[in-house]
Design a protein around this ligand. Structure first.
Ligand code: HEM
Ligand code: MG
Length: 332
């Protein structure tokens, strides 16, 4: 049996997290990094194993300790990622590309490809990473960051804030519609795209700054490009959970509401997908993820693999228990 995910922080106050026990060390040639600047940073500061291979429990602990991510969202995104990108038998996940370091693979169609794997968790219209269609969905992209900087100048007086986030999220979607014939913007990516636009405001702003939610663009570059906390960085002074991140999503979504959909194989052919979960039905994000995405990877697991799958599905459902969702029955 697998260890249950950690509970919330006992003391969720702001504190120095770029401390002497967690110095920045740039990744070595064999250390894996990927599309998530948050996890890259946690690995570069030793909150996660510096090789970039971690268990879901380690990831939940690190996101809480290093950034004050709320327990519900930390558990939800971590187990979502682990279910589709991780090795359920060894309990290890790569925060970037596929690697033998996570152990022997279960049979196809399971992928166990790490967070770089396109379309099961990672998706299009990212903030500072390109669409998989263009060949690299995980590396920092300078021209996207320059665009983000221009938007911060135009809409945020030089900083990233929720107004900038709203405009840039919309811009990234419009850009993919116009340039990526395979652009896909359905659940789960639909949700994670909006959430990731809030994360820099929640987690990259120093916890001693409590009067305003604005992110300095030099600090932003440190996180997005180098996975580097500023000197003397304090984590947030509140735990940002599903409710708080959801509040940020509302502010980003409302000025430019886009419904889930995809380009139909050609540029500028965005077609709504009425089957995708959207913001009116959060439980459907969960049920579709289990019944379609996870089931698609594990259509007929047996034995120890089936056991691990069901345990991880239980952990994934945990945060939704109190939100009125009904658990999908265990796989058989
Ligand atoms: C993006 C996973 C926690 C900040 C991503 C992506 C993945 C991911 C797979 C790529 C999605 C895409 O853009 O296509 C995770 C997992 C976490 C986690 C499994 C477990 C707790 C965090 C934390 C932060 C963070 C704690 C902030 C401190 C971001 C941001 C992006 C992102 C800002 C967007 C990157 C960009 O598009 O430029 N994350 N993440 N994440 N993550 Fe995380
Ligand atoms: Mg992406």
């Amino acid at each position: 049996t697998l260890a249950s995910p950690p509970g919330p922080l006992e003391d969720p106050s702001a504190k120095l997290v770029n401390d002497p026990a967690h110095p920045f060390i740039a990744p070595g040639p064999n250390d894996i990094r990927g599309p998530c600047p948050g996890l890259n940073t946690l690995a570069n500061h030793g909150y996660l194993p510096r090789n970039g291979i971690a268990s879901p429990s380690e990831i939940v602990s690190a996101a809480q300790e290093g950034f004050n991510m709320g327990n519900d969202i930390a558990v939800f995104v971590t187990y979502a990622a682990h279910l589709v990108d991780g090795n359920l038998l060894t309990d290890l996940l790569s925060i970037g590309g596929k690697t033998p370091e996570t152990g022997p693979d279960p049979p196809a169609p399971a992928i166990v490809g790490g967070l770089d794997t396109h379309a099961v968790f990672e998706g299009d219209a990212s903030t500072t990473r390109g669409d998989a269609f263009f060949g690299d969905n995980h590396s920092f992209n300078e021209s996207l960051f320059d665009e983000l900087t221009a938007f911060s100048n135009e809409f945020g007086a030089g900083s990233y804030n929720l107004s900038v986030a709203a405009e840039f999220r919309f811009q990234r979607i419009q850009d993919s519609i116009a340039t990526n014939p395979n652009f896909s913007f359905i659940s789960p990516r639909y949700y994670t795209a909006y959430a990731e636009s809030v994360f820099p405001i929640a987690f990259f702003v120093d916890g001693r700054i409590t009067d305003t939610l604005t992110l300095d663009m030099t600090v932003a570059r440190g996180f997005f490009q180098d996975g580097h906390m500023p000197d003397n960085f304090f984590r947030s002074n509140i735990s940002w959970g599903l409710t708080e991140i959801g509040g940020g999503i509302d502010i980003i979504f409302t000025p430019h509401p886009i419904e889930p959909g995809a380009n139909a194989g050609a540029l500028d052919s965005y077609t709504l997908d009425p089957n995708s979960a959207d913001f009116t039905d959060f439980c459907k994000l969960y049920t579709d993820f289990v019944n379609i995405t996870v089931r698609g990877l594990y259509p007929n697991a047996t034995g120890a693999l089936l056991g691990a799958l069901n345990q991880n599905l239980d952990f994934f459902f945990g945060p939704l228990q109190s939100r009125g969702c009904t658990q999908v029955p265990a796989f058989v």
